[in-house]
Design a protein around this ligand. Structure first.
Ligand code: C2E
Ligand code: MG
Ligand code: MG
Ligand code: MG
Length: 288
């Protein structure tokens, strides 16, 4: 009886494996044609000045607008794209689209682009970005490339060379998800990033947990002592914002300010609301 159940359980397991494998293969196939069908879109989320609340940068965040499955988040297809090499074409599309978008904005905000590790290693990122700059007559200072420490794990020397070539183009380079990896600190020695983005896992606990405040303060000070800009991502509450302003965090990103949305969704009205969120910190600053 036990044996029978076991077999039954195994069969069920196999069936669900097949189902998820099938889904994966189907998604892969669909993803291969997604660019041509115009199903990939970029949403933008503002990164605002830590003192004034003014928009400085928009981070491009990819979504797959699937005709039947709805909006698919990057966590559900970027890993797939990385595993299959589809990331090359997608990554190129993101750079081209973001450069085109930024060139058309009414103000010279920066645009921040995410580059995943395999994309960073495989594609001629420098060439693709140089091309995007040239075609759209875009000032390189308006581009920020966000990488995670994953790009530096393998083939470190080559990765540092690529980062230097990007730097030579005149674009800025940010270390994303700072604090979540295994050796974030040692990566700061390998390359002089322009900015670190404190991972949202720290920010989430700000205001609940004394240790989170201590760690966040330490990261902000570490960044500043190295001459880097510091952005906090995942800021969702006024309490978190007030704490980050007190710590002197340079830039704020999170749902409190705005969720990622199609460009144009962040209007004057939003800007007035955000400015009010930052009023307390501005006053404190003025009184210093
Ligand atoms: P990331 O670069 O660390 O982006 C920040 C993520 O945090 C985004 O998720 C954003 O929507 C989310 N976020 C922002 N503010 C808040 C907040 O206040 N609370 C919470 N809970 N979340 C917040 P998203 O858009 O789902 O992107 C996830 C990841 O996918 C990104 O993490 C990035 O690593 C990757 N990704 C996004 N777009 C691209 C792309 O064009 N190319 C590549 N290679 N990867 C991308
Ligand atoms: Mg990012
Ligand atoms: Mg991040
Ligand atoms: Mg991330």
């Amino acid at each position: 009886r036990v044996k029978q159940e076991g077999r039954c359980g195994l069969r069920f397991y196999e069936a669900s494996m097949n189902a998820s494998l099938q889904l994966r293969l189907q998604l892969e196939q669909e993803l291969a044609g997604a660019i041509e069908r115009g199903e990939l879109i970029l949403h933008y989320q503002p990164l605002v000045n830590g003192i004034t609340g003014e928009v400085e940068t928009f981070e491009a965040l990819i979504r797959w607008q699937h005709p039947s499955r709805g909006m698919i988040p990057p966590s559900d297809f970027i890993p797939l794209a990385e595993g299959t090499g589809l990331i090359d074409g997608i990554g190129r599309w993101v750079v081209e689209q973001a450069c085109r978008d930024a060139a058309a904005w009414e103000q010279p905000w920066r645009v921040s682009l995410n580059v995943s590790p395999s994309q960073f290693r495989r594609s001629d990122l420098t060439g693709i970005i140089a091309n995007g700059l040239r075609v759209n007559a875009l000032n390189p200072e308006r581009i920020v490339v966000e990488v995670t420490e994953g790009v530096l794990i393998e083939d470190t020397a080559k990765a540092v060379m690529t980062l230097n070539r990007l730097r030579d183009l005149g674009v800025r380079i940010a270390l994303d998800d700072f604090g979540t990896g295994y050796s974030s600190l040692s990566y700061l020695q390998l390359f002089r990033f322009d900015k670190i983005k404190i991972d949202k896992s720290f920010i989430r606990k700000l205001g609940q947990n004394e240790d989170a405040l201590t760690l966040t303060r330490a990261i902000v000070n570490l960044g500043h002592n190295l001459g880097l800009h510091v952005t906090a991502e995942g800021v969702e509450t006024q309490t978190q914002l007030d704490m980050l302003q007190t710590l002197g965090c340079d830039q704020i990103q999170g749902f409190l300010v705005a969720r990622p949305a199609p460009m144009g969704a962040f209007t004057e009205l939003n800007r007035a609301r955000v400015s009010a969120l930052f009023a307390k910190g501005r006053q404190r600053r003025a009184g210093e």
